[in-house]
Design a protein around this ligand. Structure first.
Ligand code: AMP
Length: 137
């Protein structure tokens, strides 16, 4: 199964490319949440963060910073979001690892990822214990 992003890497379908190196590629999102909404992908077709070897995690992070800096310098947004969806439940639609960089302007209301909830200290302690127990895996 070839992802739409692999087809962009291969040059089989067009994209508005921003940056490319051996391991990563950045281009504009075709359905932008804001002007300048960009994607950074790992070139190998791996679905999510947990599938990436360390060198790809690093490479995508460095390209994300590079592209975000260019967006900030070019478009002068008030801020930007870096968002990365893993799994359909988290909103992932293209199962080829990618990071969203979304420029933000005061009052644009274009992205709101969660509603703040509440938790007791006991709840927080319990879930922290559960997660820490798996930290070496
Ligand atoms: P996600 O929900 O994190 O999987 O996001 C996938 C993103 O890929 C969406 O924001 C789409 O608009 C974007 N997308 C899908 N196909 C293309 C394409 N051919 N070129 C650019 N962006 C695309």
């Amino acid at each position: 199964m070839t992802s739409v992003f692999t087809r962009i890497v291969r040059g089989e379908i067009p994209a508005f490319k921003l940056y490319e190196d051996d391991l990563t590629l950045s281009f504009l999102d075709i359905n932008p949440a804001a002007r300048g909404h960009a994607l950074v992908i790992a070139k190998p077709e791996l679905p999510g963060l947990l599938d990436l070897p360390p060198e790809l995690v690093s490479a995508v992070a460095l390209t994300t910073q590079r592209v975000a800096r260019a967006i900030v310098n070019a478009l002068k947004p008030d801020g930007f979001n870096v968002i990365q969806n893993n799994g359909a439940a988290a909103g992932q639609v293209v199962f080829h690892y990618h990071v969203h960089i979304i420029p933000r302007w005061e009052g644009d209301r274009s992205v709101k990822l969660w509603r703040p909830g509440t938790a007791s200290a006991d709840d927080l302690r319990a879930v922290a214990d559960e997660i820490r127990a798996h930290m070496q895996e």
